[in-house]
Write a protein that binds this ligand. Structure first.
Ligand SMILES: [Zn+2]
Length: 223
């Protein structure tokens, strides 16, 4: 059973230099270089091939992101260098908690992303609108029917009885259940709010209970 160091749970790693990770065949990605843990990559290759046989094209558009990459994404939103859900957060009079919650609709705080773990990735698009159109609907339906066979599940399902809090629904985000369940357990044992430091807005992590509400606000896989 793989035990991750605390640093790895927080994304403080470099997949390209880590023997537990492997680069994906770019024919299964958006043609950029992507890394996943070896077992996860093997399952991904099988799922990709099975989908292809049925005329479903799956491509990974985001995969392992380390703390530094997540800090860039987060701070670009925090300081208004990029829009966040259509809004410039450097304008208006949002409190720090309000800013964080607005970003957290879809993006994780550095140190709290499942993308740190090498078990999770995004498929084909990170836009709702894509999955509302025919092609996206067909791909999502295929994933719902078959991803479980390969060990994957969708952690951010629609909110409702089975998932009451956390990120908005993400039809594109899939996770390798066996490993990510263990990493989540380790995360809950080892990571405290005091460990979430080193980025703008880290002071509000505890006030908004980012570990309880967001890290743990997932649908459980059948694993
Ligand atoms: Zn994702």
């Amino acid at each position: 059973m793989k035990i991750l160091k605390k640093e790895a749970l927080l994304g403080k790693l470099h997949p390209a230099q880590d023997r537990d990770f492997v680069a994906l065949d770019v024919s299964t990605t958006d043609e950029d270089q992507h890394f996943l843990r070896k077992e996860v990559a093997a399952a991904w290759m099988q799922m990709h091939a099975a989908a292809k046989n049925e005329g479903i094209g799956l491509r990974i558009v985001s995969s392992t992101r380390n703390f530094e990459r997540q800090r860039q994404i987060w701070e670009n939103k925090w300081f208004g260098r990029t829009l966040t859900n259509g809004r410039n957060l450097s304008e208006g009079n949002l409190t720090e908690e309000e800013k964080a919650r607005w970003i957290l609709r879809y993006s994780a705080m550095p140190g709290t992303s499942r993308h740190h773990w090498g078990t999770d990735f995004d498929i084909n698009s990170v836009e709702d609108s894509y999955f509302e159109e025919a092609q996206g609907q067909r791909e999502y339906a295929w994933l719902c029917a078959h991803a479980g066979t390969f060990g994957f599940f969708q952690p951010y399902t629609a909110k409702g009885k089975s998932r009451q809090q956390g990120y908005e629904e993400e039809k594109w985000h899939w996770s390798f259940g066996a490993e990510s369940e263990r990493f989540l357990e380790q995360y809950n044992q080892e990571i405290a709010y005091a460990d979430l430091t080193g980025f703008a807005g880290c002071e509000v992590a505890e006030a908004i209970q980012v570990i309880a509400v967001y890290v743990n606000g997932i649908a459980r896989g059948d694993v």
